[in-house]
Design a protein around this ligand. Structure first.
Ligand code: G1P
Length: 288
């Protein structure tokens, strides 16, 4: 079955990035020169997703505006004959259709996804957490869609994480199935290390069935007092089953300034016009 729509939860104060997030949405901060959210949107478009619902806070409309045409800019680039950049700009606004819903209270990730219920309707859909970005040949979401086509129930991206990360993430109880694919026997959000069923952590890509919305409507606050998406997926799992797909692409968590900096350095090292000078500068600065 085709996955046509995706939700990208992007609301909140971006506290870890203050002061810059006083007026700029966190997801618009750059990984080198691209806003972080563009990684998720491009990954979605590459996998054939047509419509993205951004869940934002009031005043964060720049996130949605970014994916629409900017006529004066296009005109200026056209006049200057800068066709390459012009095409790049046009690509950004033609990747997907977008719409916006607001999350007026910060009650958790599950609550954010629930805000998109009416926009999604009764079909399976994707969720992208824009703090998680990937570099790889196949977009992570495409792998998940492949597993969904086979099994027809929720599919979640996971990766092995070190012990110290376990209490901050969603953790699955895995039963190995095919290569890189697991049947999920249980899921727990932000467990204590001693209670965690494994070190396989949820990273921000999901394919979900619409029944998750009912589970979210019935959900009670879970870990850190928030409505957790993990809990709702686990509730649906008991009826429909759920699967996990281990993602091997290079992954960055750009939800902290240091993570963002690492992703930016990585992005620059991949560019022919920057990598040489950057490596030289790092060598001199680090004295090695
Ligand atoms: C969220 C999810 C968690 C997942 C993580 C991945 O947590 O609730 O299951 O492991 O994203 O980035 P958050 O980072 O919002 O606390």
């Amino acid at each position: 079955m085709k996955i046509r729509k995706a939700v990208i939860p992007a609301a909140g104060f971006g506290t870890r990035f203050l002061p810059v997030t006083r007026t700029i949405p966190k997801v618009m901060l750059p990984v080198l020169n691209e806003p972080a959210i563009q990684f998720s949107v491009r990954e979605a478009a590459d996998a054939g997703i047509e419509h993205i619902v951004f869940v934002i806070s009031r005043g964060q409309e720049a996130t949605n505006d970014y994916f629409h045409p900017v006529p004066p800019l296009e005109q200026a680039l056209e006049e200057r004959g800068n066709t390459e950049l012009l095409n790049e700009m046009r690509d950004i606004s033609s990747m997907v259709e977008t719409s916006v819903v607001y999350q007026d209270e910060q009650l958790g990730l599950g609550h954010a996804v629930l805000m998109a219920k009416d926009e999604i309707g009764g079909e399976p859909f994707a969720v992208f957490l824009p703090d998680d970005i990937f570099y790889g040949d196949t977009p992570a979401i495409a792998d998940l869609i492949g597993v969904f086509s086979k099994h027809g129930s929720s599919v979640i991206a996971v990766k092995y994480v070190p012990d110290e990360s376990v209490p901050n993430l969603g953790i699955i109880d895995p039963e190995p199935l095919d290569e890189s694919v697991y049947r999920i026997k249980g899921m727990v959000e932000k467990p204590r290390l001693e209670d965690a069923p494994s070190n396989l952590a949820v990273i921000g890509r999901y394919i979900l069935t619409p029944e998750v919305f009912t589970a979210l409507e019935n959900a009670k606050p879970g870990a850190i007092g928030e409505i957790q998406l993990t809990d709702a997926i686990d509730a649906v799992r008991t009826e429909q089953g759920a699967f996990a797909c281990e993602v091997t692409a290079d992954h960055f968590d750009v939800g902290t300034p240091l993570g963002m900096l690492k992703a930016s350095v990585y992005a620059a090292l991949r560019r022919d016009d920057m990598s040489g000078e950057l490596k030289e500068w790092l060598k001199t600065t680090l004295n090695c």
